[in-house]
Ligand binder design. Structure first.
Ligand code: PAF
Length: 298
């Protein structure tokens, strides 16, 4: 595995069908699932590792973002990554960017409304990664469902010859979706945080039993949060591509929730495919043992 810091070195280190997995580091099994998917579809797997300051609306969140390069490199090597592209801020942004990528509609709702500038930062850095590394495939997690829609949209609108692949969420054994932020939850908040996935799964059960009305589906999730005294920032049944709220579940969608639990802001969702046999809900994959997130910290 090679570790490089510049776009030029990264391009020189790749050959054949190149698959990119963009990350901000502090890897967990959710990232490892993306790397495994990548390994299965291409010849050169490139993992980018860059904590992108442009996408943090809250400087305290950026400061608190966990990092451990040594641990990330070990985990990446074990997954067969060929190239780790770990630029510093000067390589990524030699000067404050004069060009930014803005998706006013897709990036303005839900997460975008609660985190002003977030998707502009994500879309700008992803565009730079696609332009600078020129992958054939790029792999993203379904956990960030709106991000996935934003990336699909920008790749299409800006004519990047790249296939965007979405991979199911990986969850801790009790259902909490894996996130590097989980390590910042206080013990009691870590317990309360399972209300998000519990609510989504209860709503998924109701959907599979025939519920289609968005207000009632969302109410199931909100009730689960309120049982733990958590006030949702939003709960919404969302069209998967256009990222607009649906009144009824009548197309492929995701059911999304965002909430602050203690000092940590969490998001989660389930994806729903409307198949000929009825709705198929992707609840994600559950770990049987404790996540690597908690194994070592610096
Ligand atoms: O999902 C993430 O970790 C980030 O938003 C991404 C896609 C690496 C861009 O910085």
């Amino acid at each position: 595995m090679r570790v490089v810091e510049t776009f030029a070195e990264a391009r020189r280190a790749t050959e054949g069908r190149v698959v990119l997995v963009p990350t901000m580091g502090y890897l967990h099994e959710g990232h490892l699932a993306l790397l495994r998917e990548a390994r299965g579809v291409g010849e050169t797997v490139v993992m980018s590792l860059f904590v992108n300051p442009l996408q943090f609306d809250d400087p305290a969140d950026l400061d608190a973002y966990p990092s451990d390069l040594g641990r990330d490199l070990e985990l990446a090597a074990a997954e067969g990554v060929d190239v780790v592209f770990a630029p510093d801020v000067d390589e990524m942004y030699p000067r404050p960017p004069r060009t930014r990528v803005v998706l006013p509609e897709l990036g303005g709702r839900f997460e975008g409304a609660h985190r002003p500038g977030h998707f502009e930062g994500v879309a700008t850095v992803v565009t730079k990664l696609l332009a600078g590394l020129r992958p054939d495939v790029a792999v993203f997690g379904r956990k960030d469902a709106q991000q996935l829609a934003v990336v699909r949209c920008l790749a299409e609108d800006l004519s990047f010859p790249v296939e965007i692949v979405g991979v199911s969420t990986v969850r801790e054994a009790d259902g909490l979706a894996l996130s590097s932020r989980n390590v910042r939850l206080a013990p009691e908040d870590r317990r309360r945080a399972t209300a998000l996935s519990r609510g989504l799964f209860a709503a998924a059960d109701a959907i599979e039993a025939g519920l289609r009305d968005a207000d009632r589906i969302e109410a199931v999730v909100a009730a689960s949060l309120r049982e733990e005294g958590i006030e949702p920032e939003y709960v919404a049944l969302v069209d998967r591509d256009e990222v607009v709220r649906l009144e009824r579940l009548d197309r492929d969608a995701f059911l999304a929730v965002a909430a602050r639990v203690g000092s940590v802001r969490l998001i989660d969702n389930v994806h729903i495919d409307l198949t000929a046999e009825g709705p198929a809900v992707d609840r994600g994959r559950f770990l049987a043992t404790e996540s690597v997130l908690y194994r070592r910290r610096t």
